[in-house]
Design a binder for this molecule. Structure first.
Ligand code: ZN
Length: 191
């Protein structure tokens, strides 16, 4: 399970705990550095995002309801709105969550899939599965094949995934491929 946790963190993610440490106050603006450096077509870049907490407050708990992420990937600017949810703590106060844009279920962490797409662990199908060694090695071969289709020539399963599609690829095809790799790798590390 330790391996699984490490693997999940290799994907760009946004944890509500990180936001909470920085402060989730109405109107707050902050930035987060994504620790991963991507490598695509020989270029390396460190990614970061800025975020802005809305001034609109939840009518019951009077805490912000919305967050806007702003980030730049391969020369394109993205603005992605995400919703907060709040649940009362046992000993008072409220605990923040991020609503998954796909399933709308509250989650502690969202994972960057591609472009504007962020999803929770559940949507990415990171369920625990028990796997035999034969199954694992087949899965590894599949992962390396998929990564090869995105132009990766070395680095194996530990190399960062590209943040932009190879030349001539439509974003939809790229998104689908990235998603397939993330799911396969999550299953590989969980197994
Ligand atoms: Zn979800």
């Amino acid at each position: 399970m330790i391996g699984a946790t490490e693997k999940v963190e290799e994907h760009l993610c946004l944890s509500v705990k990180v936001l909470q440490r920085a402060g989730i106050a109405a109107g707050y603006q902050g930035s987060i550095t994504w620790w991963r450096t991507s490598s695509f077509e020989g270029r390396k870049q460190t990614n970061w995002l800025e975020y802005e907490v809305s001034e609109v407050l939840h009518e019951d708990c009077h805490r912000p309801v919305r967050l806007t992420l702003k980030y730049l990937i391969e020369g394109c600017n993205y603005r992605v709105p995400l919703d907060f949810d709040w649940t009362p703590c046992h000993y008072g106060g409220y605990r923040p969550w991020l609503n998954c844009p796909t399933c709308h279920v509250r989650s502690g962490t969202l994972f960057y899939v591609s472009w504007e797409l962020w999803e929770c662990r559940r949507c990415l199908n990171l369920a625990y599965t028990c796997q035999s060694e034969g199954h694992k090695s087949r899965l590894l071969r599949k992962i390396l094949k998929l990564r090869g289709q995105l132009g990766q020539e070395s680095g194996g399963i530990h190399a960062p995934l590209p943040l932009a599609p190879p030349p001539g690829w439509h974003s939809r095809r790229f998104n689908k491929k990235i998603r397939e790799i993330i799911v396969a790798e999550a299953n590989y590390w969980k197994g």
